[in-house]
Ligand binder design. Structure first.
Ligand code: PEP
Ligand code: MG
Length: 596
């Protein structure tokens, strides 16, 4: 059989080689059954029991996840309880059984369908992914009604790689770290709950692999590379040999790298780069520290708002930030202020639906538009700054006026706290994210207003190249090495340094070892990334002199296309690190234009 290569988004690193198990085919579907009037009351009782059992099961899963993975992950299941406890869902399903005289399974499926559809149509990526929460709850109720066990049955523990159109957080919660070697799904993105859970369980995972379930069959030999975002079906002996070697290398490198965690990321001629971690939940702090983070370069505070219908009060913000500051002390933590908007949070903040949420009222725009949301967060960060070094960062800055308006609110908050005698760090550093092209173009003007920059390449690339970062159709055009992106990075760094401020990068690009030499050569002072990427990036930085890195960056600027830049960069990496970067290019991918 010829090997087939599929490209997706690697969301949890590691190589897995095993046998496929396609779980999508096992999803329960309800058939419509017409009932006699006399059977209707019994059917309603069946439904009520299934709902009660589902609630009990979710509470059990939640308790287990809280113990094994962390309380923050367990909160993912609050959303499931909310859907389940929504009286409308139960009442509508009962009314459906009574008026249509159909079986409970079918009624549940029909009542949840409009809710699924509504989530599927939402433009915002995070909310759209919440459709899987609805599926998860619906499937659990159906399984209870059908008397099926609500978990994925792994027939070959220790050998299995799961394939599914979509995996729900409940599915992930049933997976045992050692039973499942890897996970590949057709849908999902970096921010899907399942991706977050795969990372925390340290199971290699690739999401967004178009149409993979139509090509893979149970028991096929498959390879999954969660670092490169690749899935290879029916690999031949040569490819298998290559990936066995790569897996062994990664394990070896992982052990060797672990020792590097405590060493600084310093080039051989003494140029020091601070390597920090991106986190979504405080529960990730221990992992960040064991991987050698020198601080938190991006704490995505909006995760405090997710999966709830109310808003966190100032005190709740404060307690979380204080815990983060105290745990990381003396290492600094950058708290990014609320980066939300559009459809995301519609239930709690009551925003109008927007045609184009990623160009809409989000992040700093939302905070300035609704200062009551922002003030509490600013006060909480300031109060927590008395317990450890904190920094404030504003997301989605498009111009100087926004920085000034945000700083004016920050000054008010400082004045209030001073008046009330509440301690805080008066010298707290304030930074701007550079993730909108206008901010990159006027970086020289912005640099006079803030203490640091942090480049958010995830958004900067999407806005600069007009590529929706969560649209799988155009993912092949999402090119971090596009000469336009490189030029922006260069000019942002030099604008920052000319004004005497430091500059970080906290987009995903910072954690990809392929880019490390380039980013050092461009002069970044800090790189912030998923904790697991830290040791390898440190290894890259420590292997080169600043001069060599700057020279490489200079040569890359001579290239006219992203492909040329990448070719040169891969060549350089292969020469320098034959043991880290795969020497044989993977076979041509099927299923996606432009994949290699
Ligand atoms: C970015 O845009 O690069 C970034 C780090 O922020 P987020 O991914 O949270 O939008
Ligand atoms: Mg961003």
């Amino acid at each position: 059989m010829t090997p087939q290569v599929f490209r997706g988004i690697g969301v949890s690193p590691g190589v897995a080689i095993g046998r496929a198990l396609v779980v999508e085919a096992r999803r329960p579907r309800a058939k419509r059954e017409m009932l006699d009037a006399a059977r209707v009351p019994t059917e309603v009782i069946r439904l009520r029991k299934a709902l009660g059992d589902a609630r009990q099961q979710i509470l059990e899963v939640q308790g287990r996840i809280a113990k094994e993975v962390g309380a923050q992950y367990a909160r993912i299941f609050d959303a499931h309880l909310l859907i389940l406890e929504d009286r409308l869902v139960a009442e509508e399903a009962i009314a459906y059984i009574q008026t249509q005289r159909v079986n409970a399974e079918y009624a549940v499926q029909e009542v949840l369908e409009p809710l699924r559809q509504a989530f599927s149509r939402v433009e915002d990526g995070y909310l759209r992914e919440r459709r899987s929460d609805v599926d998860d709850v619906g499937e659990r109720i159906l399984r209870n009604l059908l008397g099926q066990r609500p978990s994925i049955q792994v027939e070959r523990p220790g050998e299995t790689i799961l394939f599914a159109h979509e995996l729900t957080p409940s599915d992930m919660a049933t997976l045992q770290r050692d039973a499942v070697l890897g996970v590949a799904t057709e849908t999902g993105g970096r921010t899907s709950h399942s991706a977050i859970m795969a990372r925390s369980l340290e199971i290699p995972a690739v999401v967004g692999v178009e149409n993979i379930c139509a090509h893979v069959r149970d028991h096929d030999t498959v390879i999954l590379d969660g670092l490169e975002g690749l899935v290879i079906l029916t690999p031949d002996r040569e490819i298998l040999g290559h990936y066995h070697a790569r897996k062994q290398h990664l394990a070896y490198v992982g052990r060797a790298l672990h020792k590097l965690g405590s060493l600084p990321a310093e080039t051989q001629d003494g140029y020091r780069v601070r390597v920090t971690a991106n986190i979504e939940f405080p529960a990730e702090l221990p992992q960040a520290k064991t991987h050698g983070a020198e601080g938190i370069g991006l704490y995505r505070s909006e995760f405090l708002y997710l999966n709830r219908h109310d808003l966190p009060a100032e005190q709740e913000h404060f307690e979380v930030y204080r815990a983060v500051a105290a745990e990381m002390h003396p290492r600094p933590t950058i708290i990014r202020t609320l980066d939300f908007g559009g459809d995301k949070l519609a239930s709690a903040i009551h925003l109008a639906t927007e045609e184009n949420p990623s160009l809409g009222l989000r992040a700093i725009r939302l905070c300035l538009h609704r200062p009551e949301l922002f003030r509490g967060q600013l006060r909480a960060i300031l109060r927590a700054s008395a317990f450890g070094p904190l920094r404030i960062m504003y997301p989605m800055i498009s111009g100087v006026a926004e920085v000034r308006a945000a700083n004016a609110l920050l000054d008010e908050a400082k004045a209030e706290l001073t008046k009330a005698g509440v301690p805080f760090d008066p010298e707290i550093q304030v930074g701007a994210m550079i993730e909108i092209p206008s901010a990159a173009v006027i970086a020289d003007l912005l640099a006079r207003e803030v203490d640091f920059f942090s480049v958010g390449t995830n958004d900067l690339i999407q806005y600069a190249l007009a590529i929706d970062r969560i649209n799988e159709q155009v993912a092949y055009l999402y090119e971090p090495l596009h000469p336009a992106v490189l030029r922006m990075l260069r000019s942002v760094v030099s604008a920052a340094h000319d004004e005497g401020i430091w500059v970080s990068m906290c987009g995903e690009m910072a954690g990809d070892p392929l880019y490390s030499l380039l980013l050092v050569g461009l002069g970044f002072d800090e790189l912030s990334m998923t904790p697991a990427s830290i040791p390898l990036v440190k290894r890259m930085v420590r292997s080169i002199t600043y001069r060599q890195a700057a020279d490489l960056a200079h040569r890359l600027f001579g290239c006219a296309t992203a492909q040329e830049v990448e070719g040169l960069l891969r060549h350089e990496m292969r020469t320098r690190f034959p043991e880290y970067i795969s020497g044989t290019p993977p076979p041509r991918a099927e299923g996606r234009p432009g994949s290699d």
